[in-house]
Design a binder for this molecule. Structure first.
Ligand code: BGC
Ligand code: NOJ
Length: 814
């Protein structure tokens, strides 16, 4: 069953009914000002940091669900009827409801009582504001007399405080209203120099800023008293709950179309020019007035929208493909790339599953996200790498998370996740391969954000690498610390106290529990680092890295192989995790994918063997489960993992993040059929027709799909902000389609299914446009290339020596 369809030409997903199984959302904004918007206009906005600069209020996990957002009520002044064209918060029998989620914008609307109303929501580039551009059409035979009511609820900036500290919050709210513009200035009197404003393109007939006055006692979003009565109270909020609502009257002749714009913005004043006059408490509006004036006008909004479209199209056009598989094309060309930008922008902070107050930017997560967007935003990738590295600790370890506004490591979570440092190496390697920008390695970067501790980025990579060598366990495998990639495998935390954090309550000395996954990650990172070192002229260092990788490989062969697959870990008692010897949790996906990606077992058949075991024990039609058998009960010594009921999350859920590791591993062993088969099992577009089972958005990946042991097998959760986006994009573009940036050029090594006759791809790489045509000539994966008609010796296309801006690459596979 479907709830909409892909409009591929317009790069939109069109939802055709408001009652999707869950809110299906989109993101507005891509620089500093962000918003989340659901298909019924729910959601909220913030400036840079979803916790510390929350502009509008949203209540997670509420009932009814998904209330609070960017709402406009339409009221028919003759009948008194009123409705929400976006399907919420009033629920009516709407005609022609559609929500078009596009790239950085959503257009939501419907027809009701002869009035069509659609609102285009977007954030213009380089501005800290959002535009709600509403188009109304009167299809009636008579003139319509309407009132429009906008409404947002302001959040008092710090979203955590806003949801908890009511003894204070109910007394601090302050607003100003001038020329129909509502200014929200809570806490501006003290240390803030920012405020929010909410304007309308039309002269307003009334307004409200006090929530209770607008809604009336005991009422909710679905029945605001002022709308019901066709009035406004012109309330000024003093404490309690500030809102912003305009009332606009419209007369529409039969057939007439009108546009009305509402604009919500964030503005900062210089610290010494907060008030006007300076000794007053009145907002200085001199710098914000011109911004407001500019966007109260539909022409300016249209131009801003065109720029936004060009921006997104420009990013996506960097890599475009045409293959025999429409689900590949759609995800690679539009949605997966778009999701990669969202995960870059927001890391794991704000989605419909991440509340924006819990997690800042993850060190591990943000480094992996680079894999998915570095080709679209190399400059921003560079800046992100430097920010991440600046939170690294002198030990080479890393704060697990940092807040984007302060860019400082998060002390509450701390460090000690022993995989973290290696992701920096992989992230930097991806950046170097894409851009050739070797200068980044010489950038001075501090440790722990301490001025004076700067060292070239290269030194940070050295410390990342040595971090593991200084922390080896009894089997010569890396000690796991608080957790590795699997945040829920907490082998050093034995807390019996309900509610204690699995990750931060570390109460073992951590000298025994080891991770085979980190061993694989280490070998892969060591190979990358050796290559970087060699190219920097540090040959003996490169050599030492490779020796360390070889020693680690040997430890994995001796102590990390279970007979038919790679072991997952050793626990604090030195017992195996992820082995035939275990009662449950005998085989885990992570080491199978990652050890093979690191090249372990490719030569002696173990790689194939491990992948066959994955197929036999872990694969389901909905994707590959994280482990089997699921833990049926709680095992204290394993940490959070078995806290989940079987089939969910890390306890045998289908973690879409690590499925692509197996796809890459399959491609490395030459099995393009298996790689694509796994790819399609979790590809959201390929699951569109089972939207009633999958339930999450069919245009973006979710972190998790319930595994075979769950009563809801096949149901996705936690969409949008997940490493799944980057890894699937990386797997399909670089390992299945095989278009792979490398230090010395663009490598082209497709491992595609046997039945594919070929495909076409366009890729911009270091300023050169590659037109790539792949033809299958035989059943294998051997590649022969010609570039502009000239045969090449191997599969690497070097940058054109003659300064040409476009190359035609012909690829024969067989
Ligand atoms: C989740 C993990 C997540 C971790 C973050 C756990 O509850 O299961 O997926 O990485 O929290 O701290
Ligand atoms: C989600 C976290 O964001 C990520 O860092 C972690 O690797 C996975 N969960 C698996 O636990």
């Amino acid at each position: 069953m479907q709830y909409g369809y892909f409009d591929d030409r317009n790069r939109e997903y069109v939802i055709t009914r408001p009652d999707t199984p869950l809110p299906w959302i989109n993101y507005l904004g891509c620089q500093d000002y962000f918003g989340l918007i659901s298909n019924t206009a729910g959601g909220y906005s913030f400036y840079r940091d979803a916790r510390m600069r929350r502009i509008t209020r949203y209540r997670y996990n509420n009932l009814p669900p998904d209330q609070g957002g960017r709402y406009v009520y339409v009221r028919d002044n003759e009948s008194g009827a009123y409705w929400s064209p976006s399907g919420q918060p009033t629920v009516r029998n709407l005609e022609e409801y559609t929500c078009r989620h596009g790239l950085g914008y959503s257009i939501i609307g419907s027809t009701y009582a002869g009035i069509t109303a659609h609102t285009r929501y977007f954030v213009p580039l380089d501005e800290n504001l959002e535009i709600w551009q509403m188009t109304l059409v009167n299809h009636r035979l008579q003139r319509a007399s309407l009132s429009l009511y906008s409404c947002v609820e302001f959040c008092l900036w710090d979203a955590q405080d806003d949801a908890t500290n009511f003894q204070r919050n109910f007394s601090i709210g302050e607003v100003e209203v001038e020329d129909g513009v509502i200014y929200h200035k809570t806490e501006y009197r003290e240390r803030r120099n920012h405020f929010a404003w909410f304007a309308c393109s039309e002269a307003v007939d009334g307004f409200d800023t006090q929530r209770e006055a607008f809604f009336g006692p005991g009422r909710g979003w679905d029945r605001p008293l002022m709308v019901e009565q066709g009035q406004s109270a012109n309330s000024i909020a003093h404490g309690w709950e500030p809102i912003g609502s305009h009332r606009v009257s419209l007369r529409l002749e039969p057939g007439e179309t009108r546009q009305v714009l509402f604009v919500l913005g964030y503005h900062e004043n210089p610290a010494d020019r907060k008030f006007d006059p300076p000794d007053s408490q009145t907002l200085d509006k001199r710098t914000v007035r011109p911004v407001i004036a500019r966007y109260r006008n539909a022409g300016a909004a249209d131009r801003a929208f065109d720029c936004l479209r060009k921006y997104w199209n420009g990013l996506l056009d960097i890599c475009q493909v045409e293959t025999p598989e429409p689900h590949v094309d759609r995800m690679v060309n539009v949605w997966n790339a778009y999701q990669c930008m969202a995960t870059f922008n927001l890391s794991r902070s704000a989605s419909y599953y991440e509340s924006g107050i819990g997690r800042g930017l993850g060190f591990r997560d943000s480094n992996q996200d680079l894999l998915g967007f570095v080709h679209m935003a190399p400059e921003r990738a560079r800046a992100r790498i430097l920010d991440l590295a600046a939170t690294q600790l002198p030990s080479g370890g890393a704060y697990h998370q940092f807040q984007p506004l302060t860019k400082k490591g998060n002390n509450e979570v701390g460090s000690g996740f022993n995989d973290d440092p290696h992701w920096l190496i992989l992230g930097v390697a991806a950046y170097l391969k894409e851009t050739g920008g070797w200068g980044i390695l010489d950038e001075p970067v501090p440790y722990d954000s301490e001025a004076g501790s700067e060292e070239p980025l290269y030194g940070h990579l050295q410390r990342s690498f040595h971090y593991t060598l200084e922390r080896l366990g009894p089997h010569g495998l890396p000690l796991i610390g608080r957790a590795d990639w699997n945040d829920c495998l907490n082998l050093n935390c034995f807390s019996e106290t309900p509610g204690q954090s699995f990750q931060t309550t570390t109460n073992k000395d951590g000298k025994v529990a080891e991770s085979v996954f980190i061993a694989g990650l280490f070998v892969l990172a060591a190979k990358e680092f050796a290559e970087i070192a060699r190219r920097r002229g540090c040959t003996s260092e490169a050599h030492q890295c490779l020796e360390a990788a070889a020693r680690m490989t040997e430890s994995v062969r001796k102590h990390g192989w279970d007979g038919a697959w790679f072991v997952r870990a050793y626990d604090d008692f030195g017992r195996k995790v992820g082995s035939r010897e275990c009662d449950e949790g005998q085989i885990f996906i992570e080491p199978q994918g990652f050890c093979v990606m690191a090249g372990i077992g490719l030569e002696d058949g173990r790689a194939r063997h491990a992948l066959d075991s994955v197929r036999q024990y872990l694969a389901t039609p909905h994707g590959i489960m994280l482990q089997q058998p699921a833990y049926s009960r709680y095992y204290l010594h394993l940490g959070e993992i078995s806290s989940y009921p079987p089939g969910y999350k890390e306890n045998a859920g289908i973690f879409c993040h690590n499925n692509p590791w197996v796809m890459i591993a399959e491609a490395l062993t030459g099995d393009g059929d298996a790689a694509l088969d796994y790819y399609l099992r979790i590809n959201p577009s390929a699951r569109e027709t089972i939207s009633d089972v999958h339930r999450n958005e069919p245009y973006v990946y979710a972190q998790m799909i319930a595994g075979r042991d769950a009563p809801t097998h096949g149901e996705a959760k936690n969409s949008w902000l997940t490493g799944t986006a980057a890894w699937n994009y990386h797997a399909v573009t670089q390992w299945i389609l095989g278009i792979r940036p490398d230090y010395d050029g663009l490598r082209i090594a497709p491992v595609i299914p046997g039945h594919w006759e070929g495909f076409w791809a366009h890729r911009n790489f270091r300023g050169v446009s590659y037109d790539i045509r792949v033809h299958r000539e035989g059943p294998g994966n051997r590649v022969s290339l010609t570039v502009d008609g000239q045969p090449l010796a191997d599969n690497l296309v070097p940058p054109p020596a003659n300064g040409r801006a476009a190359l035609a690459v012909d690829v024969r596979v067989g």
